[in-house]
Design a binder for this molecule. Structure first.
Ligand code: PGA
Length: 255
């Protein structure tokens, strides 16, 4: 399957930004700018913005993602949110294993996998993040590290599950730093991820998988990155908080 047959997905990751009233303003500004998008558009909002985001995007082409979920259905897990809480709230996607979750909140390959499997079982689509640190890149272990992250994240998933999985390649050194990977660096790892998935499943599953790049993607560099064969979309942090910039990235993915 060629790139033009895969679903192009641009997802905003708002991180811990925007109160519900601020979210309302941002979404109202964004909706008209992306209404003719030729790709899937997602906004990944904080839990407290889910209600307003679901309400405002109803009937539009914008989908709502949460930024994490727990692997248990319910119980004594103070501060956590279960997949079923998200689906009932109208959420369609969940971002899992973001490097900030791994770095600051002790997420491991194992917990990312557990969360992802629970999310899929509840009917959520998942965006699973992987990516190496600067040290790992300099040490020449990018592929072995990212490959192991992908394998661990997908453990126990069927080919059918993979239809609801997106992988986001986010080199940690490019996140929020303004230091984007070059088109070639990003595409090289995305191609490698596709090969890992082909080995774990088969060519067909790998070819159908949407692989995003994330890390300082912006209105200026999106077109180049998204023109690469194995980069099917973007996970956007900073630029997703600016409606015009985010819309420009959506437009670049719609070409
Ligand atoms: P950034 O964040 O676009 O601000 O670099 C990307 C991400 O963390 O998903």
């Amino acid at each position: 399957m060629k790139k033009d047959k895969r679903a192009a997905i641009i997802a905003g990751n708002w991180k811990m930004n925007k109160t519900a009233s601020e979210a309302k303003e941002l979404i109202c500004d964004l909706l008209p700018l992306v209404k003719d998008a030729g790709c899937t558009v997602i906004i990944g909002v904080p839990f407290t913005d889910i209600a307003v985001a679901v309400e405002l995007t109803k009937g539009s082409n914008v989908h709502v993602a949460a930024q994490n979920c727990h692997f248990e259905d319910h119980g004594a897990f103070t501060g956590e949110i279960s997949p079923r809480m998200l689906t009932e709230a109208g959420v369609e996607y969940v971002i899992l294993g973001h490097s900030e979750r791994r770095q600051y909140f002790a997420e491991t390959d194992e917990t990312v996998n557990k969360r992802a499997r629970a999310a899929l079982a509840a009917g959520l689509k998942t965006i699973i993040c992987v990516g190496e640190s600067l040290q790992q890149r300099e040490d020449g272990v990018t592929e072995s590290f990212v490959g192991a992250q992908v394998e661990a994240a997908l453990a126990g998933m069927t080919a059918e599950d993979l239809k609801n999985v997106v992988i986001a390649y986010e080199p940690i050194w490019a996140i929020g730093t303004g230091k984007t990977a070059t088109n070639e660096q990003a595409a090289e790892v995305c191609e490698f991820i596709r090969k890992v998935v082909a080995k774990l499943y088969c060519e067909e599953v790998a070819e159908a998988l949407t692989i995003q790049y994330g890390g300082s993607m912006n209105a200026g560099n999106a077109e180049g990155l998204l023109s690469m064969e194995d980069i099917d979309g973007g996970l956007i942090g900073g630029a997703s908080l600016k409606p015009n910039d985010f819309a420009a990235i959506v437009a670049a993915a719609s070409k």
